[in-house]
Design a protein around this ligand. Structure first.
Ligand SMILES: NC(=O)c1ccc[n+]([C@@H]2O[C@H](COP(=O)([O-])OP(=O)(O)OC[C@H]3O[C@@H](n4cnc5c(N)ncnc54)[C@H](OP(=O)(O)O)[C@@H]3O)[C@@H](O)[C@H]2O)c1
Ligand SMILES: [Zn+2]
Ligand SMILES: [Zn+2]
Length: 352
């Protein structure tokens, strides 16, 4: 298969910093779109993956699944996009397209889904490589259209942080009568607040950080509860229809379950792994409450979100960085020191 060499940033071991190296992209096939990457958001999953936090990383890894770019070439069968279009790619670049999940537009739950990085690239017989690179080549089905009015850098985080929070908001039918709470004000958390607010819900933030109260309100939160304050947690008992928990690390979910209303649902988005401390069933039985999980979102749903963002002029609050600043950005993300998403300006990689 013909390939094109492109510059990328990634790592070959969990303990190593990310650095520049070269990867191959396939030359466009019939249904493919070649994209010159303009911006790529920095998700906490990129850090988990680069450092093998989930124990499944195969190296080398090139992270990045919040991609906005310009179409530079298309295959002969492509009808959705044309050369020069601004387009976006999120967390998915392939799936079987035939299973029940794919037929229902839930490609993210296809047993053969292929992540934008760290998946299996059937064309090149290697791992897929993500958006910390100059170019990417993706089947048109997984390439999203972008409205003209949105800031391209600010749009990038919508492709993961946005859709990961939008999908449960839509699945659990959030509307103007809903009381939604969000745990953690980071990349996912700030998009969750903006989107739930735009859907008309009453929005509450649970945060450890007292210094984020005014930001949360500016983003659209109606109130903030400091999760380390027992009195504030006690006062919140039985209040929420839906809680989106975006915290990346092990923590106690039980106090949040107690703040759900009858029939309420807590959706785990951030933490992947066994729960410690364990869930106490009393919280679920008393009030028919549910604890659920949710993974990103399907392609049709992602397009729905991008169009919604276009209509409501919603983008992410970002700090633009150079590719060479990524290792420092990871350290800052771990300290929760970002308002509220880093986005890499890919010019910085191309110019080197
Ligand atoms: N389910 C999915 O499909 C999906 C998709 C994308 C990402 N994720 C996962 O979702 C998680 C959040 O991603 P993100 O990009 O939003 O991360 P982020 O920007 O780093 O935000 C995480 C927030 O969690 C809170 N937090 C509470 N305890 C923490 C701790 N011990 N260490 C660090 N933060 C803590 C902080 O908010 P406060 O200061 O307000 O407490 C922090 O801002 C990650 O684990 C990521 O892998 C899941
Ligand atoms: Zn992500
Ligand atoms: Zn499938």
């Amino acid at each position: 298969m013909n390939t094109i060499p492109v510059k990328a940033y990634g790592t070959d071991a969990p303990e190593h910093d990310l650095k520049q190296f070269q990867i191959d992209r396939r030359a466009v096939l019939e249904q493919d779109v070649e994209i010159d990457i303009l911006y790529c958001g920095v998700c906490h999953s990129d850090l988990h993956f680069a450092r093998n936090d989930w124990g499944m990383t195969q190296y080398p890894v090139v992270p990045g699944h919040e991609i906005v770019g310009r179409v530079t070439s298309i295959g002969s069968g492509v009808t959705k996009h044309k050369i020069g279009d601004i387009v976006a790619v999120g967390c998915l670049v392939d799936s079987c397209r035939t299973c029940n999940n794919c037929q229902n537009d839930w490609e993210q739950y296809c047993h053969s889904w292929v992540g934008t990085y760290g998946g299996f690239d059937k064309h090149l017989n290697t791992n897929t490589h993500g958006g910390y690179s100059e170019k990417i080549v993706v089947d048109e089905h997984f390439v999203l259209s972008v409205p003209d009015n949105l800031d391209k850098a600010g749009l990038a985080p919508v492709l993961c942080a946005g859709i990961t929070t939008w999908s449960p908001l839509r699945y659990w039918n959030v509307n103007k009568d809903s009381k939604v709470a969000v745990v953690g004000l980071g990349g996912l958390g700030h998009m969750a607040i903006k989107l739930a607010h735009a859907l008309g819900a009453h929005v509450t933030l649970f945060s450890r950080s007292t210094n984020k109260i005014s930001d949360a309100k500016a983003l659209g939160a109606d109130e903030v509860i400091i999760s380390t304050d027992d009195a504030q947690m006690e006062a919140a008992m039985g209040r929420f229809d839906l809680i989106l928990d975006t915290v990346p690390y092990e923590h106690d979910f039980n106090p949040y379950i107690n703040t759900l209303n009858t029939n309420g649902t807590l959706v785990i988005l951030g933490y992947l792994g066994p729960l410690d401390p364990p869930l106490v069933s009393v919280g679920m039985i008393m009030g028919r409450r549910t604890v659920a999980g949710s993974l990103i979102g399907g392609i049709a749903e992602t397009q729905e979100l991008i169009d919604f963002c276009g209509k409501h002029n919603i983008t992410s609050d970002i700090e633009v960085i150079k590719m060479q600043e990524i290792n420092e950005a990871y350290e800052r993300m771990l300290k929760s020191d970002v308002k509220y998403r880093f986005v890499i300006d890919m010019k910085s990689l191309k110019e080197r």
